[in-house]
Design a protein around this ligand. Sequence first.
Ligand code: FES
Ligand SMILES: [Fe+2]
Length: 420
Amino acid sequence: MNEQSGAGAALQTNFTRAAGLSHAPMPLAPYRSAAFFELERAQIFERAWLMLARVEELAAPGDFVVKSVPTCGKSIIISHGKDGGIRAFHNSCSHRGSEVVSLRAGHAARFVCPYHRWTYGTEGQLLGVPDEASFFDIDKKTCGLKPVACEVWEGWVFINLQREPEVSLAAFLGPFAAHLQGLHYQAADHPVVLSATLEANWKVVADAFIETYHIPVIHPQTIGTTFSSRANPFARLIDATILGAHRAVSMYGNPDFRFDETHFVHNIAYSAAATGSVIAAATKEGAVNFLDHPAVNPVRSGSWSMDVNHLFPHTHIDCGPGGFWTHQFWPVAPNRCHYEVRFYVPKAESAHERFQQELYIGRVVEIVLEDLSNVARTQRGIDGGGQEFMQLQDSEIGIRHALEQVMKWVEAPTVAQALA
Ligand code: FES
Ligand SMILES: [Fe+2]
């Protein structure tokens, strides 16, 4: 809570010291070491609760989605059962192991394996075995789809790959749950999804989206003048909060930014719907319930652009003036990751709204591509081995805390100890 604004007043911050974190240089080995990557897979991704979906993706009984967990080589069916429950299963047949569902999403009364047509209910139970008489004492009750631990929090569907999760989802979320409790996720049923495989460690990409130091340098044409100003030329953060294994930061927004009134396209797009922000998909009126939440612009700053809520290990839930979006970073190799961003935008109800949203999507994709254009270069520099440490400044607190948590989980013999 150490925001200052106004022309000429340099914005001073002290987040790292105030949070009790170290100021020491942080190691680069976790960004390139094959051994560390294997430990991350085993100690983090095979032990942590992993956010995989939103409930809106499977709103009705019979709806399902199939999600891959590329870090662990898993395909997971999330099924909204006829009984109303939401469950997760390994996408593997009890007969000879084939993937059962090939679609990424759909609605089904039952799942039928494409190999020999074993059939499963939406609650995972084995329903039918063709030519059952030729099998030997088959116990159909034990031959359902193999369940994966699954819990839902605030519309987010999580799985845990431990057969018996060491801690509950609530214990894993800790203070992060209270921070975002009750947030109204507007337009949650309508994501615009972009994904890519990137030649960079997953943390390189996650780091790029939680620090603001790069913004005037990497984004001069897009958000350079909205996320920084003469009063805050280096785009210093306006807030940072440690939330157990998780964290949240709030980014500065230039209160004096105005769209160029001579910009014909912007004038058409924003004349009726402007939130005044370059990264908004909704109207101010439409975002009221969302913006009222205490975790959205938590310091109630007049110089705010957006929040990044980093849900350990690999998900960002971002909030801006017009709604929310998510990034996910799945490690697949020490220097490669799978990246997905989902921008949630209201369904357009007029040609004007559609035009405004298309402009929004075009603009945010441009910003994301500016970030992604930098990650392979960063990784190559790290892989070269000339540097052992990163020097992190105060607005890079999210990177420091994230890496501290990763290193803690990798070393902790139990999840309880990782969370302690
Ligand atoms: S592998 Fe699924 S029915 Fe044979
Ligand atoms: Fe960026």
